[in-house]
Design a protein around this ligand. Structure first.
Ligand SMILES: [Ca+2]
Ligand SMILES: [Ca+2]
Ligand SMILES: [Ca+2]
Length: 305
């Protein structure tokens, strides 16, 4: 369902799953979730703000479960409140029912319902993705109105980020920390939908002439793309460069010497108060399996060890 935009990859993934079933000889009754399913512990800490529309504090840790935000709301300023607004790198999720803040001295521990593996077939070697509300800024005098993404450009390589320290664990007791990054609530900002003017999602409203199906939050952004890459590009061009990915910050479990993890913890480091929207398990791409008849192989980027 998440991969309607990647038909070929989806078919290959199905081939992957078929092979996996063939080797284990059994099939789970409930397929594992692509996203964290349980809040183990949440210590809000201090300095948590409020949703300026509802007045609600950003302190609901359940907002970090499930998939990252696809469409948020208008800001009741430049965009009407009741208009669905696909998340773009200059307009992140911002509602208290979408994201949770890890305040000063706070932390958030989430759990998956299955082991998240250091799978060599994960794109770029990245195994899980954390989504926050990091954003980039439009060019001078521009602002986001939820209209033509060809009319707004990225103004600079500055990213509004609040780096949260990330640790992982297999049992919730022994932790391994990405002490030198990557960090949660950092580059790359989330992209909710594919830019596809030929297939706009009509359910969003008559205004929508550009945004199609949701992006894939289990596909990491190509690490060759940096904040500098996007400077001067239009939001439409940026969306095309995302190439189906929903963005977020990708993490390689292998660099910690682990083969799998099941818990992810985000700590406040004193450098801002990070927001968390979701945590996703990266979907492997079957590099070695032959594509089903009639399908060309998908272009697969080299795996970063
Ligand atoms: Ca890996
Ligand atoms: Ca933030
Ligand atoms: Ca969320």
């Amino acid at each position: 369902m998440l991969r309607t935009n990647r038909t070929t990859a989806t078919t290959l993934l199905i081939a992957c799953v078929t092979i996996a079933i063939g080797t284990t000889g059994s099939l789970r009754a409930d397929p594992p979730s692509f996203f964290a399913t349980q809040v183990v512990e949440y210590v809000p800490g201090t300095g948590i703000g409020n949703d300026w529309i509802s007045g609600d504090p950003y302190d609901d840790p359940n907002t970090a479960l499930g998939r990252p935000t696809v469409d948020t709301t208008g800001d009741d300023w430049f965009i009407p409140l009741d208009e669905p607004v696909p998340v773009v790198p200059v307009y992140p999720a911002f509602r208290a029912f979408e994201i949770v803040t890890v305040g000063y001295d706070g932390y958030l521990t989430l759990k998956f319902d299955h082991p998240v593996e250091n799978d060599p077939q994960n794109p770029y070697g990245l195994d899980f993705i954390i989504f926050g509300n990091a954003s980039m800024s439009p060019g001078e005098g521009q602002f986001w109105t939820n209209r033509n993404p060809n009319d707004v450009t990225i103004g600079s390589a500055d990213v509004a980020r609040e780096p949260g320290l990330v640790s992982v664990s297999q049992d919730g007791v022994e932790w391994y920390t990405y002490a030198d990054g990557p960090y949660a609530d950092d580059f790359a900002p989330t992209l909710g939908r594919l830019y596809d003017p030929e297939n706009p999602d009509e359910s969003l409203g008559e205004w929508n002439e550009w945004w199609s199906t949701p992006t894939d939050p289990t596909l990491p952004l190509d690490p060759a793309l940096t904040a500098e890459t996007f400077v001067g590009k239009t939001i439409a061009e940026v969306a095309v460069l995302y190439n189906g990915s929903a963005g977020g910050t990708g993490f390689d479990i292998g660099v910690l010497g682990l083969e799998w993890i099941q818990y992810v913890r985000i700590d406040n480091t004193g450098d801002g108060t990070p927001e968390i929207d979701a945590v996703a398990d990266v979907s492997p791409v079957c590099l070695s399996s032959a594509p089903p008849e009639g399908l060309e192989p998908v272009a697969v980027a080299p795996i970063v060890p």
